[in-house]
Every structure is written in C-alpha cells, then in structure tokens.
Design a protein around this ligand. Structure first.
Ligand code: PGA
Length: 313
C-alpha cells in the first residue's frame, strides 16, 4: 500500500459507498475516467481486485470490503484530528452524521436550529429511517450517533435515554370510539387497521402487545411512513398505532383512543457502537440533546423548543 494515496482512498470510498464510479465522480467533481484511473492504480497497489461487475451492478470483493472498512477508520481518524485542532483553536467545527428513527423526525430537526446557532461551524447530515435500516447503518458504522426507540440487544452499544416516545391509538376525529373510556384491547380487532411496514420498530412494538393479548387486527393497509398513515386515518381508511409525537402540529385532526394497555411506553435513546470513540462534535451534540430534552421535559411541551441560550446554560 506504499504507493496508495489519500486521494485514491477517497475516490475508492465514494465509489464503494455509491456502488458506482459515475456517482463517485459526480460527488467528487471528477471525471469518470479519472475515477477509473485512480481505482485502477489503487487496485494495483493492493494486488487484488476491489470491485466486481455482475450484470450492470458493481459489487465490492472481499478485499474491497476490507479496504472500505479501513477507509472509514482512516477518514474518521483524520476527521477526529481536524476536530481536535479546531477545538484547540477554540472552535467547534466538523461534520456530524446523525441517523434518526422516523418517530424522532418531528423533534430532532427542530432542535438542530438552536444547535446550529450555537455551533455555526458544524455541518450536519441527517438520515431518517426505520428501526431495521438504522441497525444496518450502525453495523456498517455509517454515522456518528443513532437515535432510536429500541436499543439493539445483539450489538454491543452505549446508550442513554433522553425522551419518552409513547405509542397511542390514532383514529379519525369523529370516530365512534373517540368518546369511550377504557376500550378493551380486543375491540381493535373489529376496526380496519393500518400497519407500518416490516422492519419498523413501531410495528414490532404494536405486534408484540397484540400477541401478548391474543388480539388479531384486520390489516387493511400497510404503509411505510407515519405521515402517510396519518393521511390514511384522516381519509377514513382505518385506525392505527403511532408515536404521539407524530401529532406535533396537527393534533386537532385526530382523536386518540383510550384503549386498555395503551400508550405503549417507549423511549428515545442516543446510541453508538461500544467500540466507537465519539468525535468532539458528536460529543457536543450528545450533551446538547440531553440538555434540550431536559428543558422540554421541564416545560412539558414538545412544541416549545427551547432557545440556544436556554439549552447551553
Ligand atoms: P420505526 O420507528 O417504526 O420507524 O422503526 C419507531 C421507533 O422505534 O421509534
């Protein structure tokens, strides 16, 4: 690897991440032949093929996968160093990569406003996806911090709870059950039900509760987004179970049914792999989110997002 350059590794990392030379070229503002040439030279230094083409798709070989993981470590270490230097200069600078569960998308982006005000030198990338995808991203070490409602028990991780995330039964505004109290859970079996997609943590939590009570729901529709489910409920297609936080701005359009065993108590956690050293920027965000959550709990209202000054105090 003596001949390999950092630039070649950067080009390779982008090509491996995108599974495409063309998209790597676009991202790095290079031409496609330049990307091919850099990867050819890198392949020569390694002495084994890094990619293989099957049909139209590009796959990493075993050596390619090893090199991809190595690149991530190298670039993480360099980023850490850059952040340390920025920190020594008294600046908080660098990149923060967050992956956030769908239910938390109602709150995390709002809290980024005050955070960016406090630390204008930090650039953020935010991925919003379901439980299963978050786990995949974590296994592949794609982000600095993960926000999710269920801490994976098969992975060695560090985690800390910061806010409750209760799951409640949503129905259209004038649903006949909306004025009833203490509705038996079995009653859910009589309503058309809208379910999240397989791989969703919400779905898993709902299914576990239903199974515990031997209740079978009549799934009319399966949808991969909380917002789409809300629109379907508003359109009268059925009822569903969603995070109460998904109601942040349109509570007047739905009723929450008072069903036995609900809400399902869940909590949002900040999670990262146990072996990972948090960057200064990630550590800063971690502390920030804990303080912001504390403020929100004290004010008792998710909508009253605290200001940068109150959070940093
Ligand atoms: P998900 O998220 O249903 O999008 O996976 C739910 C959660 O675990 O908060």
């Amino acid at each position: 690897m003596n001949q390999a350059t950092l630039h070649q590794l950067k080009v390779f990392e982008a090509a491996a991440r995108h599974g495409s030379f063309t998209r790597a070229a676009e991202e790095l503002f290079l031409t496609q032949p330049t990307v091919s040439m850099q990867i050819k030279q890198l392949t020569k230094s390694v002495g084994l093929p890094l990619f293989e083409q099957v049909g139209k798709r590009l796959y990493l070989t075993e050596a390619g996968r090893e090199l991809f993981a190595t690149c991530r470590q190298i670039f993480d270490t360099i980023a850490q160093f850059e952040m340390k230097v920025a920190d020594l200069k008294g600046l908080k600078q660098g990149q923060l990569r967050l992956a956030v569960i769908t239910t938390a998308k109602y709150i995390i982006p709002r809290l980024l406003g005050p955070f960016c005000q406090l630390y204008p030198g930090i650039d953020i990338s935010l991925q919003v996806t379901n439980h299963e995808r978050i786990l995949e991203r974590m296994v592949n070490n794609m982000d600095d911090l993960y926000i999710m409602s269920q801490v994976p028990d098969h992975l060695d991780v560090n985690f800390e709870a910061f806010l409750e995330n209760p799951l409640v039964v949503f129905a259209p505004l004038n649903h006949p059950l909306s004025h009833e109290k203490n509705i038996p859970i079995e009653r859910l079996g009589e309503e058309p039900f809208i379910m999240r997609e397989p791989g969703s943590g919400t779905r898993r939590a709902v299914q576990t509760l239903l199974d515990e009570h031997g209740v079978k729901v009549n799934v009319k529709l399966e949808l991969g987004s909380n917002e789409a489910i809300k629109q379907a409920i508003a359109g009268g297609l059925g009822i569903s179970v969603l995070s109460r936080h998904t109601l942040l701005t349109d509570a007047a359009e739905f009723s929450i049914l008072d069903v036995q065993h609900f809400p399902i108590k869940r909590t949002w956690y900040m999670v990262y792999p146990a072996g990972k050293q948090l960057s200064i920027v990630a550590r800063t965000y971690y502390e920030y989110l804990l303080n912001a959550a504390k403020e929100i709990v004290e004010q008792g209202n998710l909508l009253s997002i605290p200001s940068a000054e109150t959070i940093s105090r």
